[in-house]
Design a protein around this ligand. Structure first.
Ligand code: ARG
Ligand code: ASP
Length: 722
């Protein structure tokens, strides 16, 4: 009963007081002026929406970049210097690391432009402007069209729009749906292709606390790394070459050393990846009760195996560090998410919301025509989707969690090309080159013992948990011949497959002729990979896509209905990896009874957490000396202490890592890098009492560069606001 009342209160608040929940949301930069500026200024913002996003003048947004595939970075000097998180630069730092030059452990600082390290494939993209194009995109769409007819019209319209815009432009254009396809925006962007690693602190600073502290407050992680954009001599975008020079932007961010205090307004800008705030109860149920437990369990098992080997050898630790971090990050987040959803009683809250929607709908015939049956259809579709998604996540987490299977899948195309009556030699050659690169990449960070153990264990879990009619046919052998002894089975696959050995694989590719494709087809690992893949293609994907298509239409309609039902509420669109503005206030919280967390941490906490025996909690003598002598220079806070991180109520998600965090004047005061454990459910439901974003205080970042790493020259490149 209590929970029900609580749910009802939350719902009423959501329904009628946009205000109270103002801090919830990730807003569209182009709409900031009309939707948010007043409120932001009321909360403390001292600049204007135009200073943040302008298409005519330089504005903050010109300095904010999508970094690689999924983080945010920002420009802080007139020589193209970029700041992002350590965990965002992690793969680059790792790729330059060896046992002899262990930049992950020791850190890396280029002393000159010449020493900055190129990262093939790494790009950064910024938004030039965005335009609403809903009318153009939906032009020709009729109510009586089927889903696929509708999609066709939309794709054609988008293609035409993009072509037209890109025709006489140096920029790229793309169109993305917002509010579940109720609005469309065109994004005009610019992508830089030569991005070099400039510096990174040692992991015992950049990743201090490791996976133990990940997703947690209080936090003491110096989560930053430094990159630089290069262009050709005319300051134009160019692929990497030796003669490229540092980019000279028109605008870069000013930095404030004043810090922030409890209650201060902050905002941030970045590239949040994806959120799902408008799902019905059935979806939340499926995610938290069915899918998350599967993923948490399968990942936990894999992590245990990796960890065992990583502890034994430095080589393996470096090889697997990025993989481990990636797997661990989701594993931990979903656990927090489940607890948060439970604590918020979110499924019940959503049900109440659906009841209200149903009542509202019944009131007019027009609404009934539009939305009748919607909620029932949700329920039916999620019921059908759930078993399919369970198989899907077994395929993803257990099947593709086995590295040799993922690797072997790369050979699919080669077989297809070679099977043809008249194979295209040129294409085959190109494919072989690509595969050789894949071989190098795969084996550089590969340990067969780990993979073999993971293999045996994942197969075991498959057999245990997925009914026979829902797992790949190829596993029949395992049942029949090996009597479910997965260890023996793994033994055989790794012994027989040439894909288990780098030399044999390269040898095979170097002497490849089209008629040899059968050797791949006969290979044990390749057979498994193709079997898994076929199973996915035939039994999982079509079903999943069909149901998801239906759900997309339903969700789009539901979104429309929710907006119609609450005409005075300001809705923000779910994250979709487009530039957004988030705002809130610096604020502590009560994680549980009798406990209050302050909104900032200091270097003292690093010393308190120190543990020589644990890799993640090592503190170097040099840092201790600086601490003991309070040698903080101009980076000390007013209280004389070295502040490390702070939290605020900004509603962020994955992809916001590296996002610049600003004070009321629009000066950079930190780098966003995480959320708190009690707030990880914010992708599904935001809770203003509990959800906090975690920011690295820019003063700690500069202190580490300057005093700890001797990279004062980089700080001197930046503009410190007086
Ligand atoms: N939780 C943060 C985010 O989602 C940081 C992850 C990287 N750190 C780690 N220990 N795995 O990306
Ligand atoms: N750590 C996340 C990221 O990498 C941010 C978050 O999920 O809060 O984007």
């Amino acid at each position: 009963m209590k929970k029900r009342i609580l749910g009802l209160v939350v719902i009423l608040v959501i329904l009628f007081t946009g205000r109270l929940y103002a801090i919830e949301g990730m807003w569209i930069p182009a709409l900031l002026k009309s939707l948010n500026e007043d409120e932001m200024q009321e909360m403390g913002l001292e600049i204007t929406a135009e200073d943040i996003y302008s298409i005519n003048n330089s504005s903050l947004k010109d300095a904010i970049f999508l970094f690689g595939g999924g983080c945010t970075a920002e420009l802080v000097s007139d020589k193209g210097l970029l700041l992002t998180n350590h965990h965002c630069g992690y793969r680059s730092i790792q790729s330059h690391s060896t046992v002899e030059h262990d930049y992950l452990t020791d850190g890396f600082w280029a002393q000159s432009f010449e020493e900055e390290l190129p990262n093939p494939g790494l790009t950064v993209t910024r938004l030039k402007r965005m335009e609403e194009v809903t009318g153009q995109v939906l032009d020709g769409v009729k109510d009586n069209m089927t889903e696929s007819e509708r999609d066709q019209v939309i794709s054609k319209n988008i293609e035409a729009l993009v072509n037209e815009t890109e025709k006489n432009s140096e920029y790229n254009a793309s169109v993305k749906p917002f509010y579940h396809g109720n609005q469309y925006y065109m994004l005009i962007t610019q992508t830089f292709k030569d991005v070099r690693l400039v510096g990174a602190p040692p992991s015992n600073i950049g990743k201090f606390g490791g996976d133990t502290d990940n997703w947690m407050w209080p936090r003491h992680t110096g989560d930053f790394s430094v990159f630089r954009i290069y262009t050709d001599k005319n300051n134009e975008i160019a692929e990497y070459t030796d003669d490229n020079v540092p980019f000279e932007p028109d605008y870069h961010l000013p930095i404030s050393l004043d810090g922030v205090q409890k209650g201060d307004f902050t905002f941030l800008m970045g590239y949040p990846y994806s959120t799902d705030e408008y799902l019905p109860s059935h979806a939340i149920e499926m995610i938290t009760e069915e899918i998350n437990p599967i993923r948490i369990n399968l990942r936990g098992e894999r992590l245990d195996i990796m960890d065992k080997y990583m502890k034994k050898s430095d080589k393996i630790r470096i090889q697997y560090s990025a993989k481990y971090a990636g797997v661990a990050n989701g594993w931990k987040k979903w656990q927090g998410e489940n607890r948060g959803i439970d604590r918020l009683n979110a499924i019940e809250v959503k049900r109440e919301q659906e009841d209200m929607f149903a009542d509202w709908m019944k009131k007019t015939e027009e609404r009934q025509d539009k939305y009748g049956g919607l909620l029932e259809a949700f329920e039916k579709n999620y019921q059908q989707l759930t078993p399919t998604m369970k198989s899907f996540y077994y395929f993803v987490e257990a099947g593709l969690g086995i590295e040799i299977i993922r690797f072997a899948r790369n050979f699919r195309e080669l077989v297809e090309m070679s099977k043809k009556d008249e194979p295209d030699e040129a294409k085959i050659q190109a494919e072989l080159e690509g595969l050789k690169n894949a071989v190098e990449g795969h084996f550089k960070n590969y340990n067969q013992q780990i993979d073999r153990e993971v293999f045996a264990h994942m197969m075991e879990l498959y057999l245990e948990n997925i009914p026979e009619d829902r797992y790949p046919q190829v596993l029949k052998d395992l049942k029949d011949k090996y009597k479910e002894n997965t260890v023996d089975y793994a033994e055989r696959v790794f012994k027989k497959s040439f894909l288990a050995s780098k030399e044999e694989t390269l040898d095979f590719l170097n002497n490849y002729k089209a008629r040899k494709y059968k050797k791949i087809q006969k290979d044990e690992a390749a057979q498994l990979a193709m079997g898994f893949y076929k199973h996915y293609m035939n039994n999982i994907m079509p079903r999943r896509n069909r149901i998801n298509n239906d759900l997309d239409s339903l969700q789009s309609l539901y979104m429309k209905g929710l907006m119609e039902m609450q005409p005075y509420k300001r809705f923000y669109p779910n994250a979709n990896q487009t530039l957004r503005v988030h705002y809130g206030k610096v604020k502590g919280y009560n994680p549980r009874d009798a406990v209050y967390y302050k909104p900032y941490t200091t270097l003292k906490g690093v010393m308190q957490k120190e543990d020589r025996a644990v890799y993640d909690y090592v503190v170097e003598d040099k840092l201790k000396q600086l601490y003991n002598n309070e040698n903080y220079g101009r980076y000390a806070a007013d209280d004389g202490e070295m502040h490390v991180c702070f939290i605020a109520t900004n509603h962020t998600t994955g992809g916001n890592s590296g996002s610049g965090v600003f004070n009321a004047k629009g000066e950079l005061v930190g780098l966003n890098f995480d959320r708190n454990w009690e707030g990880t459910m914010s992708d599904l439901m935001y809770d203003p009492d509990m959800c906090r974003n975690i920011t690295l205080d820019i003063r700690y970042c500069l202190f580490i560069m300057d005093k700890f790493s001797g990279a004062r020259h980089l700080v001197d490149e930046m503009t410190i606001a007086e």
